[in-house]
Design a protein. Structure first.
Length: 343
């Protein structure tokens, strides 16, 4: 099949360091044919690397007939506007996260995709991160039993002073990093609509947006999801902690360990009201089995999986790797958090 002809809008950290680098590793499936960025040196660098067309403005860029797929990696507050313009110009779209500034914009993007009949997907590549895929495998095996609580933490300590610390540009940890953890939590909850508790604070950032996020999501017959994304943690904890009825799991992006037992290996018990012989508590030895996992795969591996799945979508009609309706649920929680915290 022909290569998918890509136009990248925005050659900053995401557009250049993430998308351009990933697409360079998939030259058998994708070809970068156009870019747009207001900075001349970035445009020249892209032309030298890809031999592509380069444009100073987005509106001229999307008129390029060679472009089949637009990667919207412009600043966060422009994602909805640029995605809709690209869809209306007859292009398929990958929008960087956050999908939009609010739920209204997300709905407008989904409506534009339906109206134009083009593909819209969102680069929520955390769904394809190696650690998350392994966790889903372990959970699906049933070894851990029923999940009780899932903690997903993104801890760091330090100031930040770039444009993503400003509300007017759609900045803040909730939209720009929190959405990765939210979509993972929602995926573990399933199709249920969770209740949400949120606290947002501005702690160390030099901008006016939040840099400390606490979210708890609760749904019936689903694990409680506890999310923290903060730049004010001097003692970072592991990204993952899962408590379950037959064991548990803990670990980081590249290393996990979990232990579990088979309920059949425990002796039968019944509630007793008699005093214990040693005036203590009932205790028993658990016949634990323990396993571990490590990976040398980098962050970009999740992006490669995303684009490989997108190739199947655009060439063979498979579902989008991340349906926009799935990300709409993330944006709904983001909006609820801002509403609760009056931030």
């Amino acid at each position: 099949m022909d290569k998918i002809r890509v136009g990248i809008a925005g050659l900053g950290r995401s557009g250049w360091n993430i998308h351009a680098n990933i697409l360079s590793q998939l030259k058998d499936k994708y070809e970068v044919v156009a870019v747009t960025d207001p900075l001349e040196e970035r445009r020249k660098e892209a032309v030298e690397r890809f031999g592509c067309n380069a444009y100073t403005d987005f509106d001229t860029f999307i008129k390029d007939d060679r472009i089949e797929l637009v990667v919207v990696a412009t600043p966060s507050y422009l994602h909805a506007e640029h995605s809709i313009k690209a869809l209306e110009a007859g292009k398929n779209v990958v929008s960087e996260k956050p999908m939009a500034a609010n739920l209204e914009e997300a709905d407008a993007m989904i409506e534009a995709a339906k109206r134009t009949g083009k593909i819209l997907t969102v680069f929520q590549n955390s769904l394809f991160m190696p650690d998350f895929l392994k966790i889903k495998e372990v959970v699906k095996s049933g070894k851990l039993g029923r999940l009780v609580l899932v903690k997903i933490y993104g801890h760091s300590f330090g100031r930040r002073w770039d444009w993503q610390t400003l509300k007017k540009f759609g900045g803040g940890e909730l939209r720009n990093n929190g959405v990765h953890y939210i979509i993972q939590g929602l995926d573990l909850i399933g199709d249920k609509e969770p209740e949400v508790f949120c606290e947002l604070q501005r702690t160390l950032t030099l901008g006016d947006a939040e840099d400390h996020v606490k979210i708890v999501m609760k749904a019936e017959n689903a694990p409680l999801i506890d999310i923290e994304v903060t730049r004010a943690c001097a003692y970072p904890q592991n990204k993952w902690l899962i408590m379950a009825t037959q064991g548990g799991l803990t670990g980081t992006h590249n290393s996990l360990r979990w232990k579990y037992f088979d309920p059949k290996d425990l002796p039968p018990r019944q509630v007793e009201t008699r005093p214990t012989p040693d005036r203590s508590y009932n205790r028993e030895e658990i016949p634990w089995e323990e396993e571990s996992w490590t990976t040398s795969k980098s962050f970009s591996s999740s992006g490669i999986i995303f684009y490989e799945e997108l190739y199947k979508t655009l060439r063979y009609g498979a579902p989008p790797p991340v349906p926009p309706e799935k990300v709409r649920k993330v944006m709904k929680i983001v909006e609820e958090c801002y509403k609760q915290c009056n931030f």
